[in-house]
Design a protein around this ligand. Structure first.
Ligand code: PEP
Ligand code: MN
Length: 264
């Protein structure tokens, strides 16, 4: 069902209020790795509004490698995130980690993110297929494109067609950077599937100084959007500060991505 053989026309996802993802639109989704405080949300929202960005990312349930690391503000954090974004006309994308969270989260979310670690949590994918809420589905840490497409098929076949595929880098033997952002995936996924393709250069390379060139490369490779991490003070971020842009860097990136998209 997610194949171009079944549907030739590209799928567009409507988040409401004129926010469209896919064919003919380039979507910027930005925000911190983790939602940390009311003040932080306000500062990021202000930055996004100043740059005409309509979608804010931010995790409240965080999958962390160490159980002792910051694991997010949870549902109370999500309600605060939703209230501030809603007041400011900004849409929310945030990660859902398990089936039982869907019901609690659904009224406070515009797009559910399925993280790399949950990319093949088939019960979660089934449940999101029944949930009628847009989903950004990340590629698994060592996932093949076929596995990503089959994961999307789980959601689609349960009746939810609002899916974005997300390339966020795959693990390799190379340790000069966090992951290998596989931009080959962009044209290949676009050819195989009618679903929008989004690239995450922050997790893809994991190094702040190199997020911009990889984001621009993603635009030229044909991505329908880019999702990246930004924070008012990246060096103080609760998670992923090393790959997070400050607002000045973020503004420059937004402008350059839009210029690049216009050249496509
Ligand atoms: C994130 O978006 O902060 C995140 C945890 O992403 P991923 O699942 O790609 O590691
Ligand atoms: Mn992160």
């Amino acid at each position: 069902l997610i194949s171009r053989k079944w549907r030739v026309e590209p799928t567009q996802i409507d988040l409401g209020d004129g926010v469209l993802i896919g064919e003919g639109n380039f979507s910027v989704m930005a925000g911190p790795c983790s939602i940390e405080s009311e003040r932080q949300i306000e500062l990021v929202v202000e930055h996004l509004k100043a740059n005409d960005v309509k979608i804010m990312r931010g995790g409240v349930f965080k999958p962390r490698s160490s159980p002792y690391a910051f694991r997010g503000l949870g549902i109370d954090g999500l309600k605060m995130f939703h209230r501030i974004c809603h007041e400011n006309g900004i849409k929310i994308i945030t990660e859902v980690m398990q089936v039982s969270q869907i019901e609690d989260m659904i009224n406070y979310v515009d797009v559910f993110q399925v993280g790399a670690r949950n990319s093949q949590n088939f019960n979660l994918l089934d449940a999101l297929g029944e949930a009628q809420k847009p989903v950004l589905l990340k590629r698994g840490i060592s996932g093949t494109l076929e596995e990503l497409l089959q994961a999307a098929e789980y959601i689609f076949s349960n009746g939810n067609e609002k899916i974005m595929l997300c390339e966020r880098g795959i693990r390799s033997y190379e340790n000069a950077y966090r992951n290998v952002l596989d931009l080959n995936a962009v044209p290949v996924l676009k050819a195989k599937s009618h679903l929008p393709v989004i690239v995450d250069p922050s997790h893809g390379i994991g190094l702040r100084d190199h997020v911009e060139p990889m984001a621009l490369a993603a635009v030229m490779a044909g991505a329908d959007g880019v999702i990246y991490e930004t924070h008012q003070k990246p060096e103080e971020a609760f998670s992923d500060g090393q790959q997070t842009l400050n607002f000045k860097e973020s503004e420059r990136l937004i402008n350059r991505m839009r210029q690049a998209y216009a050249l496509r």
